[in-house]
Ligand binder design. Structure first.
Ligand SMILES: [Zn+2]
Ligand SMILES: [Zn+2]
Length: 460
């Protein structure tokens, strides 16, 4: 097998690995780049012929793993897209949403060009039509079942514990199970709300592992809960709102669960007003609710208990409803996407409220280099939002314990659970994080490691 690292190599986003194996061409993930230079990277010609790809495996529905699928289909891909049922369902709504954002961005750029006297229409990266056209290629698979790709290659997804439907992919690629590679996908933190903990395979020859938090440790879950409760209480006392930029899929559902728990335990006053200002999050929450078989025991218990709703939850779908939220000046938690403030309704909320010292912005997820979220977290005094300079005067919290990713210790534990000594490819982390993680993997586990460069290939 020849494996080529086409994305998430010494960076976090744009996951895409190309495999040439047994006469087949396979992709594992086909993700979008986010942050610095992402537009150019997302428009760059593919390093392979999309028409020649036989299979795309998707590890989970986050856009940095799936976001270029519609472009792939538009450029002639006619193979199959293989993933879990929940990932297929979440991808359907997320790719349409992503396409919508692409169309809006292109319109905006075109208008901007016109104003500058440049008569050049900017084409969207892909359209809603392209996203819809990719759906028939999806094929749904069960966790823990082994399937055959041809007479030699077999594969299996097991629960990666990251978001609903997330999978670690095991791939046997020589006869009689002679060689095996595992793609970790994004690995969840143990005890993540709602979904199960990551499931682990016995052994493997090679493993491609994420390293988002390869150089960092999360605070304990309990500390993070208390920090969040405290952020809400003190902000409400100051007469402001709490704004949370959150991925519509995964993080939003986790936070809803967490707020319910905090109110139920009396740590936040009831009723707590929570607004989820994202039609995508509303759709995704429905997909979550339709898969109770994937929930962990605690969530099943909570769902079964007869206590009434403790959070006054409202989804705002229309733009009018969203704009009305500007009239809510205090006492509310408002969640909106995108998680790194790169697009979506959170930008409007930040434009209108970031300058208000009585408000707070709580970051609960990873902020990639070059994003608006990262600038705020890094302490910028003012930032540009939607064409305006806005002072950062709200209190800014970064609460790492809600990350849906394993931290350094958990990643090392995950790698250490193999009964043999696999060779490790470290991906999906910024360079500093990946390299620091590599050191730890060598020192603590004595495994052979590589941190591939973008475009680098290996014969394995
Ligand atoms: Zn993810
Ligand atoms: Zn990811």
């Amino acid at each position: 097998m020849k494996i080529t690292f086409l994305g998430a190599a010494r960076k976090v986003t744009g996951s895409c690995f190309h495999l040439s194996v047994n006469g087949l061409q396979v992709l594992v993930d086909c993700g979008m780049h986010q942050g610095l230079d992402s537009d150019a990277l997302n428009r760059k010609p593919f390093a392979f012929d999309p028409r020649a790809i036989d299979v795309v495996f998707l590890t989970h529905a986050h856009i940095d793993h799936t976001g270029l699928v519609p472009r792939l289909v538009r450029e002639g891909f006619r193979g199959k897209i293989v993933t879990t049922a929940a990932t297929a369902e979440l991808s359907r709504i997320m790719l349409a949403d992503s396409a919508h954002i692409q169309e809006m961005d292109a319109q905006w750029m075109t208008r901007k060009n016109l104003r500058a006297g440049i008569e050049k229409a900017v084409e969207p990266l892909y359209t809603v039509e392209d996203a819809i056209a990719s759906i028939p290629f999806f094929e749904k698979r069960q966790y823990d079942e082994t399937y055959a790709l041809d007479h030699v290659i077999r594969y299996r997804f097991c629960d990666a514990g990251h978001i609903l439907g997330s999978g670690t992919l095991e791939l046997w690629y020589r006869g009689d199970a002679k060689k095996k590679i595992i793609f970790s996908g994004d690995i969840g933190k143990k005890g993540n709300p709602i979904i199960q903990d990551p499931v682990h395979a016995d052994e493997t020859d090679y493993v491609v592992v994420e390293s988002t938090y390869g150089n960092r440790m999360h605070k304990g879950a309990e500390d993070s809960l208390e920090e969040l409760a405290d952020a809400v209480r003190t902000t409400f006392k100051r007469g402001g709102n709490v704004y949370i930029p959150a991925f519509a899929v995964g993080r939003t559902q986790d936070l809803l669960y967490v707020f319910n728990k905090l109110v139920r335990e009396g740590r936040l006053a009831s009723p707590l007003d929570v607004y989820v200002d994202s039609p995508l999050a509303e759709e995704a929450t429905k997909v979550y609710a339709s898969h109770p078989e994937l929930f962990d025991e605690e969530t099943k218990r909570l769902m079964a208990s007869k206590k009434g709703r403790t959070v006054r939850l409202r989804f705002t779908s229309s733009v009018q409803e969203s704009m009305k939220l500007n009239q809510v000046s205090s006492g509310a938690v408002i969640m909106a996407g995108s998680g790194m403030c790169e697009g979506g309704r959170i930008r409007h909320h930040l434009k209108h409220n970031l300058w208000r010292p009585e408000c707070s912005v709580v970051f609960v997820g990873y902020q990639a280099k070059g994003t608006l979220g990262r600038a705020i977290v890094d302490g910028a005094k003012d930032v540009w939002i939607l064409g305006e300079r806005v002072a950062v005067r709200s209190r800014v919290f970064t609460i790492g314990g809600f990350s849906a990713h394993a931290d350094q210790k958990e990643l090392l534990e995950w790698l250490g659970l193999f009964k043999n000594k696999p060779e490790v490819f470290i991906v999906h982390g910024e360079e500093t994080s990946a390299l620091e993680f590599e050191k730890q993997v060598k020192a603590q586990l004595g495994l052979r490691t590589r941190v591939p460069e973008m475009g680098e290939s290996f014969e394995i």
